[in-house]
Design a protein around this ligand. Structure first.
Ligand code: FAD
Ligand code: SIN
Length: 526
């Protein structure tokens, strides 16, 4: 069965929902999402959304902080556009129903995070993402032009090139697995908006929920898009060290309110690494923690906010406080054990600031895209901002595109006639674990060419096995995600091998220096 829409949206995080709400003003929108509609990285965002709202702040300061964190690789025109267009869209989010925490005198409370020289992070307590999802999903539910399809996992994009049609490559929609009915459906869109988020699950330890398997990057790369800067994987410095917590994030905003990182001996160590100490950019803090742990043999460092008023801590961080208590830690009375974990994909599908990709009628926004805002290291809380600005612009582009198109074409059904039922699903689980562990061990915070080459050889072996499985058997959600995960792992390793320097989040013992000219690492399927 083929379902037709003017605008097809893949993903229901902030980038997908914002695009959908704007596009729905001009036509029908179908949102497909692989789990329940709120499940996304957006839903777990804690710190907030960065935007110039304070009296002591300016676009120029936000721009400079973003460029500084990005270590020479940000695109300045993109930074300017996102920083300056952001505040108006934050006001629109508020009009759409997002309730950010209030501060004194009726203004919004502005938090501070690593790399920011001013307080500029709007937040809803410490559950900002959940509040954004709540408000946007309510608006989506109330819109007659929008249909949402849950448990619908996009497998691959359908393009004119794939169908051997002449002319420039154009996106026509996608194949998606209805996970409940185990059938593959065809979704057609005059324009397709890719908003599938990031790929934290490629690493053994990550702050990301299970949806983050890099599907969008993999689908776009297979369809012919350029992918760039995948080596810049951001490791968040502070996740609770507690096996039962499944890498629970302790927001950087906790350090923004004065928390101090301490080593095994209890002494603060960040002043030895950077002038901004505990509020240095994230790459520096994560590497410092890694170095301290390696030096002292400790399994974690600690994050200490016990010197702050307990009532303030409980009010400012109610979710984090409650979650830590569940595991037996009262952050108002004792320092928390913390370790870094994979958090954010700075690279992705190459787009401009309006979300345009290399394929006609395919737009991308949010974590899946690489606009050039983040460069070699994302400034904290800039991702929600980027997602909303790029989705807004992409919706404008999409509306212009759709107004010139007549009708959706009929697309071929998914081929499944030869595929049998998978015989040994243990291969899939085993390969999932192997990829995630090898990426953690060989492609982590500190890299070497030897480790990267070792990772490349193993990933290539795994890919042979996975591809055979993929073509021989009926597709399952785990298999589709595993195939994507393996490709994303390969793209990270290939980008890392291209970079013969240490810049931002990519730190290699073989090339510790910074090259004079900053260049993107770009890959395209041959
Ligand atoms: P997501 O919100 O991840 O949404 C992706 C959507 O695509 C999901 O609905 C998913 O189910 C769907 N999807 C994926 N693949 C498929 C497929 N194949 N088929 C169908 N659907 C699919 N950033 C900030 O700016 N501030 C913060 O405070 C902050 N805190 C964070 C805290 C945590 C714990 C985490 C994990 C991230 C945080 N980030 C923060 C990063 C930020 O949340 C994300 O970068 C941002 O929300 C990404 O939005 P998105 O719309 O691009 O993707
Ligand atoms: C956090 O709250 O520390 C996460 C912020 C971000 O990733 O931007």
């Amino acid at each position: 069965m083929q379902r037709n829409f003017d605008f097809l949206v893949i993903g229901s995080g902030i980038a997908g929902l914002w695009f959908a709400l704007k596009a729905a003003e001009s036509g029908t929108v179908g949102i497909i999402t692989k789990k329940t509609r709120a499940e996304s990285n957006t839903n777990y965002a804690q710190g907030g959304i960065a935007a110039v709202m304070g009296k002591d702040d300016s676009f120029e300061m936000h721009r400079r902080d973003t460029l500084e964190a990005g270590a020479g690789l940000c695109r300045d025109d993109v930074v300017q556009a996102i920083v300056t267009e952001g505040p108006a869209l934050v006001r629109e989010l508020i009009e759409a129903g997002v309730k950010f925490s209030a501060g004194m005198a009726g203004e919004y409370d502005l938090g501070r995070e690593g790399g920011h020289t001013r307080r500029r992070v709007l937040h809803a307590g410490d559950i900002t993402g959940r509040e954004i999802e709540r408000a946007l999903l309510a608006a989506v539910a109330a819109h007659k032009n929008i249909s949402v399809f849950e448990d619908m996992l996009a497998i691959d994009l359908i393009t004119t090139q794939k169908l051997h049609q002449p002319g420039p490559n154009r996106c026509l929609g996608c194949y998606a697995l209805d996970e409940k009915r185990a059938v593959v459906e065809v979704f057609a869109g005059k324009v397709t908006h890719l908003a599938t988020g990031g790929s934290g699950k490629v690493y053994l330890y990550t702050t990301n929920p299970d949806i983050a398997s890099g599907d969008g990057v993999a689908m776009a790369y297979r369809a012919g898009c350029r992918v760039a800067n995948m080596e810049f994987v951001q490791f968040h410095p502070t996740c609770l060290y507690e096996p039962r917590a499944k890498t629970f994030l302790i927001s950087e905003a906790v350090r923004g309110e004065g928390a101090i990182l301490r080593g095994k001996d209890g002494a603060p160590f960040m002043p030895r690494y950077h002038a901004m100490a505990d509020l240095a950019p994230r790459d520096i803090v994560a590497r410092a923690i890694d170095a301290e742990m390696k030096k002292t043999g400790a399994e974690f460092v600690t994050l200490d906010i016990t010197h702050k008023d307990a009532e303030f801590v409980k009010k400012r961080f109610p979710n984090i406080h409650a979650k830590c208590l569940e595991f037996g830690y009262d952050m108002t009375k004792q320092p928390l054990p913390v370790v870094p974990a994979a958090h954010y994909q700075c690279g992705g599908v190459v787009t401009n600031v309006s979300g345009e990709t290399d394929i006609e009628c395919l737009l991308a926004a949010g974590e899946v895209a690489c606009t050039g805002l983040h460069g070699a290291n994302r400034l904290a809380s800039n991702s929600l901002l980027e997602a909303v600005v790029v989705a807004e612009r992409a919706a404008k582009r999409a509306k212009a595109e759709v107004s010139g198109q007549k009708s959706v074409v009929s697309l071929p059904a998914w081929r499944s006639e030869k595929a049998g039922d998978p015989d040994e699903l243990v291969v899939v689980t085993h390969n999932w674990d192997e990829i995630r562990r090898l990426m953690w061990d060989y492609v982590g915070i500190v890299r070497t060419d030897k480790r990267l080459l070792r990772a490349r050889a193993r990933i290539q072996n795994l890919q042979r096995e996975i591809n055979q499985f993929y073509w021989d058997y009926k597709v399952t959600p785990d298999l589709i995600e595993l195939r994507n995960l393996a490709l994303v792992a390969e793209l990270i390793v290939e980008c890392a091998l291209q970079r013969k320097e240490s810049r931002g989040l990519h730190y290699t013992l073989d090339y510790p220096a910074l090259l004079p000219a900053a260049q993107d690492s770009v890959l395209r399927k041959s």
